[in-house]
Design a protein around this ligand. Structure first.
Ligand code: SF4
Length: 360
């Protein structure tokens, strides 16, 4: 690299490069000519800075396979951040994920390559909103999805993920001795959880703009075009989408489903890059669209990761008193034993009815 210019490095041996072999079905040779020098530069900077890169499942393949030291969903990444001895964490994901990493690793420097990598779901609610909710529903536990900002987590009794939300809600109802639990901010996750438990759910009208755009008609069209394809949907999707799917679960659960069952054809109803990233591990499976792209995740690029490590930007901080309260909510969830059985959002369909939730 010279004066910020990216130069093609002809000595980078594409065909023998393990990263190329993982991304070659999703990246053109022309794109690779731009990516390869950046990947080499970033991997050298990581050593220089004593840094690790946490790459979310929704990152593009050249980031996910090329520079990610740890890959997975947001909570798995934050836990890896806490376990790592590295001094610097670069979050290849969105801002709330970097905050969660900082909450769990207060002594490390946490960087996000683009501070505008936000999230429609996380920005649907603030800590002040949660304080008002608690005034309106005194004595009820507040369960918050991990896709929230640090100030929201700090007002929360316990966090949850899409994989353990049913278990966490039932734990909270029992621990508080109540039959109603506040589950925020994703309305669709709340509705899908409500269909699996007898605990009454109070929900907030937040949504992931990627998953809420999918419709049952999309799935019907896919089934017409690809008869026999297995359809997996994320529980942030509306109920009718889950009802039309064959299986529903978190990104981790989708990955496990594909690796275990190896369907001939599969449709992943989630963010676009997920299919590209897991396709290499299941080459005999044909992955089919539709796919919606997360504009916030796509703000993270190799160039920005390189700049972040080179310039040590943009540091993510969380005030210590807020981080302490938020850590308690995350830690309570982490300390729960693994669910006895995995969440089965497809039970929404098995029950054959929709369950009413109380909207705040
Ligand atoms: S995919 Fe949805 S929940 Fe995830 S960062 Fe994008 S908008 Fe937020």
């Amino acid at each position: 690299m010279a004066d910020g210019q990216m130069l093609f490095a002809p000595d980078l041996d594409r065909d023998n490069d393990p990263v190329w072999n993982k991304v070659k079905d999703h990246v053109t040779p022309a794109e690779w000519a731009l990516h390869a020098p950046l990947i080499a530069e970033i991997n050298a900077l990581k050593i220089q800075r004593d840094a690790v890169i946490l790459a979310h499942n929704y990152m593009t393949p050249e980031i996910f396979h090329g520079v990610g030291d740890f890959v997975g969903d947001s909570l798995a990444l934050a836990k890896e951040a806490a376990r790592s001895d590295a001094k610097v964490i670069v979050q290849a994901g969105v801002h709330f994920m970097a905050e969660t990493s900082k909450i769990l690793s207060p002594d490390k420097t946490v960087l996000i390559p683009d501070p505008l990598a936000g999230c429609s779901l996380a920005s649907s609610i603030t800590g002040a909103d949660v304080r008002l909710i608690k005034q309106r529903y005194p004595g009820l536990p507040v369960v918050t999805y991990v896709n929230t900002t640090a100030d929201v987590k700090a007002e929360t009794d316990i966090c949850c993920t899409s994989a353990n939300a049913v278990q966490v809600v039932e734990w909270a109802a029992k621990a508080w001795g109540v039959d109603r639990v506040i589950l925020i901010p994703d309305e669709y996750l709340a509705r899908n959880v409500a269909a699996q438990t007898d605990v009454k759910i109070i929900a907030w009208k937040g949504a992931c703009e990627v998953h809420e755009r999918f419709t049952a008609a999309d799935i019907a069209d896919m089934r017409d075009a690809w008869p026999g394809a297995v359809v997996l949907a994320h529980p942030e999707c509306p109920e009718d989408v889950l009802n039309a799917a064959d299986f529903a679960g978190s990104t981790g659960a989708m990955n496990d489903y594909v690796m275990k069952n190896r369907p001939a054809q599969v449709v992943l109803i989630t963010e676009c890059s997920m299919a590209s990233n897991i396709a290499g591990a299941a080459p005999e499976v044909k992955f089919i669209g539709p796919c919606n792209m997360c504009p916030y995740m796509k703000r993270i690029t190799l160039e920005k990761i390189r700049d972040s490590l080179r310039d040590m930007t943009f540091e993510v901080t969380v005030p210590e008193d807020m981080a302490e309260r938020a850590r308690l909510a995350v830690q309570r969830m982490v300390d729960l034993p693994p669910p006895e059985k995995p969440a089965r959002y497809d039970l929404v369909r098995a029950r054959g009815h929709q369950v009413a939730v109380e909207m705040i």
